[in-house]
Design a protein around this ligand. Structure first.
Ligand code: GUN
Length: 294
């Protein structure tokens, strides 16, 4: 078994991004700029946004976080998005999900200018992704592709099984792996809560993407010998063992599954770090205007 090491790959790609950011800063006369909007006090979301902001600073981007109470109205949030859309000093905008129940995430997603949608959630970016056109690819699937590319894993013609059909990971991942591109060209099965005989489906996978959001959901008996396993889970539990007071668990039973696979991502230290790279690369592209002209 070989580890798909997010620490090693993300560190290398971060250096590349940092160099490009420095060059672009000279050219533009300002740094690439990402804005993140956070609503409410979800512990996980606060941690992720803080990490995104910290990583921006580390590669020489400007980053701004607008943090609102969970009581902010949908209208006020949409107005803020319009203001950011019109600000030509801002290249990328993300609104951290999930949002409070009284705010419609679809309205928010569609309100973001698709040219600043570095999360790749806007229907224009999703549609362009499906057609294999230049677009912003959602950060987690993008990070996974970069990881697979780094290890030069040849997936063409292989069976890919995606577990979970979320808008953020499972659904876009299934599209990307099926596209005529590299990495890609897989025969894809997208499994979900209504899938019958899930174990038999997952057992078919030469590559398995676990993105269901349930601790240790994928067990050794579900995985084919020699498969590639990508664990997207970041299930947080309180713990006295760590300084932060939390411990992260993947969607895969790493201890047992790692004994029979060819490659596997750890949690932490795997996909989570690559998600940040996906976001940073999208922000750089937005600042360059290389996907959509400014
Ligand atoms: N919540 C969980 N993952 C993500 C992400 O990639 N982007 C945003 N905006 N919210 C998330």
């Amino acid at each position: 078994m070989k580890l798909l090491d997010g620490k090693v790959v993300s560190a290398k790609l971060k250096e590349d991004i940092k160099k490009e950011a420095a060059e672009l800063t000279i050219k533009l006369g300002r740094k690439p700029h990402l804005v993140a909007i956070l609503v409410g006090n979800d512990g996980g979301s606060e941690t992720y946004v803080a990490s995104k902001m910290r990583n921006c600073q580390e590669v020489g981007f400007e980053s701004t976080n607008f943090h609102y109470e969970s009581t902010i109205s949908e209208e006020a949030l949409l107005n803020k998005i319009q203001e950011i859309n019109q600000d030509d000093q801002i290249d990328g905008l993300i609104v951290q999900l999930p949002l409070p129940k009284h705010i419609d995430p679809e309205k928010v997603t569609e309100a973001i200018d698709y040219r600043k949608d570095v999360d790749g959630f806007h229907p224009i970016n999703l549609g362009r992704m499906q057609r294999n056109l230049p677009c912003f690819i959602p950060a987690t699937p993008y990070g996974i592709l970069l990881m697979l590319d780094h290890y030069q894993l040849d997936l063409a013609g292989k069976k890919a099984v995606v577990v979970g059909r979320s808008n953020i990971v499972g659904s876009p991942m299934s599209i990307l792996l099926g596209r005529n591109s590299n990495p890609g060209n897989c025969t894809v099965t997208l499994t979900h809560s209504k899938t019958q005989n899930l174990k038999e489906e997952v057992l078919q996978g030469d590559i398995v993407i676990a993105a269901i959001g349930r601790k240790n959901f994928v067990t050794a008996d579900m995985v084919k010998e020699g498969a590639i396993v990508v664990d997207v889970g970041i299930n947080r539990e309180t713990s006295t063992e760590t300084k932060s007071g939390f411990k992260l668990f993947g969607d895969v039973d790493f201890e047992e599954v790692s004994k029979k696979v060819s490659y596997i991502t750890p949690v932490p230290g795997g996909v989570g770090l690559m998600t940040i790279i996906g976001l940073l690369k999208n922000t750089l592209e937005a600042a360059k205007g290389s996907i959509y002209q400014k």
